[in-house]
Write a protein that binds this ligand. Structure first.
Ligand SMILES: [Zn+2]
Length: 268
């Protein structure tokens, strides 16, 4: 009992610290800036230690002490998700290598999601380490073996690469018909890389399901987005929608509920 309570407290603390670090990275990496301690995005003023953790800063005074700019809501949201993630994965997998690697992998995917939502960018500087963690998780955490891991990566990469080529061809055709230059295409290079990384993490049995979930969720998400934008009269045919978060949603489902989903599909 005491052990459970203590470990939960420790895990929440680890999650909060990771969340604060993730916020700092999500601030600096897209601006190609060297990551540094948390600072105001408006005036660059370094936050005092009491503002490093947004949950504390929000409780005290949710503004920059220097320029008065409000702190972004993303900060406490990321900290809460991150703080929930560690105890949850621990409850599922116990004190195992799988728990540690999966928690780190989900943190990496959370960072990619935040940057993609805010900047529509999936950076190499995030995708390369995430790929390494994904491969390590598959090999040492889920003990899936080298073949399943690598084939998963290749299938994930090629599947979204084909979608990317299709989008490019279709976009080019539409641009020619409408006499416009080629705008943004649905899936970008970053999505192709991310899909490959997810394939590494979930293996070739998981990547197909992960992509089906991602594409269905992406379709529903795109329709909702289109409806909102149409209502605001800002719709256009080639709006770039960040697909990274949907890919991550499909990945998270397969990473956390792999066996349940397969059990349910096979129907036993
Ligand atoms: Zn400021």
């Amino acid at each position: 009992m005491l052990f459970t309570l203590l470990s939960t407290v420790v895990l929440i603390a680890i999650g909060l610290a990771c969340g604060a670090a993730l916020n700092a990275l999500a601030d600096d990496l897209p601006r190609r800036a060297r990551p540094r301690l948390p600072h105001c995005l408006h005036c660059d003023h370094a936050f005092g230690p009491w503002q490093w953790m947004a949950l504390v800063a929000f409780a005290a005074r949710r503004r920059c002490a220097h320029c008065g700019a409000p702190l972004a809501w993303r900060r406490p949201v990321v900290e809460l998700v991150s703080a929930a993630l560690w105890p949850y994965v621990f409850a599922r997998f116990g004190l195992t290598l799988q728990f540690a690697l999966l928690s780190i992998l989900l943190e990496c995917l959370l960072l990619i999601t935040v940057i993609d939502l805010e900047h529509r960018l999936i950076l190499h500087v995030t995708i390369v380490p995430t790929g390494a963690v994904a491969a390590l998780y598959s090999l040492a955490g889920a003990e899936r073996g080298l073949a399943k891991t690598l084939i998963g990566g290749v299938v994930g990469f090629i599947a979204i690469y084909l979608v990317y080529l299709l989008g490019w061809a279709f976009g080019g055709l539409m641009a020619r018909v409408r006499g416009q230059s080629l705008g943004e295409i649905p899936f970008g290079e970053g999505d192709v890389n991310l899909s490959g990384v997810i394939g590494l993490a979930v293996g070739w049995t998981g990547i197909v399901l992960a992509l089906v979930v991602a594409i269905l969720a992406g379709g529903v998400g795109a329709l909702i987005y289109l409806a909102v934008m149409t209502a605001r009269r800002r719709a256009s045919l080639f709006m770039a929608i960040p697909y990274g978060p949907f890919l991550v949603a499909g990945a998270a489902m397969m990473l956390l509920f792999d066996s349940q989903i397969k059990h349910w599909l096979i129907g036993r």
